[in-house]
Design a protein around this ligand. Structure first.
Ligand code: CTP
Ligand code: MG
Length: 231
């Protein structure tokens, strides 16, 4: 059954899903790889659509797969699918351009974080609704972190208590994200980075271990295990 999005919702979620998945190894574009028999993107969109505040979902798909992705997602939730770009930032910009008038909160969420629970979408959106311009879900860094030089010689140990590992969905007041993308320069791996460059404060909320990014084959195996044990 197709999930219904709430027309009274105030949140648009952009889903960059146009990457190749080079680190996952040879095969289909990452968002289309199967996890427990369904494409990663289906898992991701199903969870986004289950978040009650979501009004609109825009997916940036690999340019050659736009029609296939539309057909694949039609039974999952009402979504707009646009062709992505060569870099993640271009994919996000393409999706942002397709958001209809209405939602004043825009979240950007990697398709690769396929098991992200709906409550994380809600908590990021709620923090933006509470007045924060830019909100990121984070986890503490668990490993000891060393800084090294080009020859892998250790230069020092970084104080990890001040470090955070950043996830998605990242949430923004719509006008803030639009302005950040308009003045975007070099490609960054996250949208909050663009906003930081504008001198705008970025606020952290607690992330979720289930929002792990499926990057390497190990992550796919872990996600598969988590799904079969109830995630
Ligand atoms: N992404 C995108 N457009 C791109 C590159 C990445 O929409 N040109 C998306 C990916 O589909 C993914 C998210 O951005 O959902 C995070 O990127 P990453 O995990 O790096 O995925 P890939 O770029 O596909 O993987 P790799 O870097 O291993 O090729
Ligand atoms: Mg990538």
């Amino acid at each position: 059954m197709t999930a219904q999005l709430d027309p009274r919702g105030d949140v648009a979620v952009l889903v960059p899903a146009a990457g190749a998945g080079v680190r996952l190894g040879p095969g289909a574009p990452k968002a289309l790889r199967l996890l427990a028999g369904e494409p990663l993107l289906v898992h991701a969109v199903r969870r986004i659509a289950a978040a009650p505040s979501v009004h609109t979902i825009v997916v940036a798909a690999p340019a050659t797969e736009v029609e296939a992705v539309r057909a694949m997602l039609a039974p999952v939730a009402p979504v707009t699918v646009v062709p992505g770009g060569a870099e993640r930032q271009a994919s996000v910009a393409a999706a942002l351009a397709a958001v209809p008038a209405g939602p004043e909160i825009v979240l950007v969420h990697d398709a690769a974080r396929a098991l992200t629970p709906p409550h994380l979408v809600e908590s990021v959106a709620a923090a933006v609704r509470d007045g924060h311009d830019a909100v990121i879900p984070v986890l503490p860094v668990v490993d000891t972190i060393k800084e090294v030089d080009a020859t892998e010689r250790v230069l020092g140990t970084v104080d990890r208590s001040a470090l955070r590992s950043v996830q998605t969905p990242q949430g923004f007041r719509r006008s803030v994200l639009v302005a950040a993308h308009r003045s975007a320069g070099d490609a960054l791996t996250d949208d909050a980075g663009l906003v930081e460059k504008q001198g705008i404060a970025v606020t952290c909320v607690p992330g979720s271990e289930l929002a792990l990014k499926i990057t390497r084959p190990f992550d796919l195996a872990l996600a598969e295990h988590l799904l079969t044990t109830g995630a």
